[in-house]
Design a binder for this molecule. Structure first.
Ligand code: ATP
Length: 240
């Protein structure tokens, strides 16, 4: 689905990501874990085009997308969800989702055709993201957890096929974290997902496979059980 080969990012003399090889299989949830500074966010920023790699390729739909603009990459179907939610406080959930749906289908022609309202798509993604009861609520009145779910719903409304998540459960309480887990379960199989997450219980429960990064390189990739049982992973990451 998405294939990363020899991906390297240097910031001056610091090598943030070094010779990374990673293959995302269609429909899998792939956890990306590692200590602070391991290179996780940099990896996501390289895939989305926020950063250009120093070396390496990212192949998606038969093309090397490394170094393309974030807009070009998003338009190909690679979406991301941010650690800090970006929304318009006075705008309803419905309008956020409509804008996201419209944005993904914007073409030169759409400027001349009547705008669709995407009601069906909006209701579908709102249900997946546990926001079906909040479609007419303005974003500032959503709970902290619901604001995070809005972020997920917006990526879904954009019809992304590959979705990159940077700590989707950061700052959420236990019941909100459980809701994130349920939302991912509902998405499982329909999207290919790379998920950075520090909550090891959540990442274990969610992931089909986990990759552990350390100092910009892959320490290991494997099933959640194998990764958690790995002695080196215990040492550098789990602190045992
Ligand atoms: N724009 C930048 N300029 C210089 N150095 C950077 C830049 N972005 C990241 N780094 C450095 O690259 C390394 C990897 O950072 P990155 O944010 O990818 O780590 P991370 O694994 O996501 O960590 P965390 O769990 O703390 O978010 C760190 O040493 C960081 O300081």
């Amino acid at each position: 689905m998405l294939s990363i080969e020899g991906l390297t990012k240097e910031f001056g003399s610091l090598v943030a990501v070094e010779d990374l090889n990673l293959e995302l299989e269609p429909g899998e949830i792939h956890g990306l874990i590692g200590p602070n500074g391991a290179g996780k966010t940099t990896t996501i920023n390289l895939i989305t085009g926020e950063l250009s790699p120093t070396r390496g390729t990212i192949t998606y739909k038969g093309e090397n997308i490394a170094g393309r603009s974030p807009t070009a990459i998003a338009n190909m179907g690679i979406g991301r969800s941010f650690q800090v939610v970006q929304y318009f406080p006075e705008m309803t959930v419905r309008k956020h989702l409509r804008l996201a749906a419209r944005d993904s289908k914007r073409t030169v022609l759409s400027a001349f055709t009547p705008q669709e309202d995407y009601t069906e798509e909006i209701e579908e993604v709102a249900e997946i993201a546990h926001l079906d009861g909040e479609l007419d609520t303005v974003a500032k009145n959503l709970s902290h957890g619901e604001q995070r779910f809005l972020d997920i719903a917006m990526v879904l409304a954009m019809e992304s096929e590959v979705i990159l998540f940077d700590e989707p459960a950061a700052g959420l309480n236990q019941s909100e974290t459980e809701e994130v887990r349920q939302i991912f379960e509902e998405m499982r199989g329909d999207y290919t997902m790379l998920v950075i997450e520090h909550d090891i219980d959540l990442v274990r429960a969610l992931s089909d496979r986990i990759t552990v990064l350390h100092n910009g390189s892959i320490l290991t990739t494997g099933s959640p059980d194998d990764v958690v049982a790995n002695e080196t992973v215990k040492e550098v990451y789990l602190g045992e």
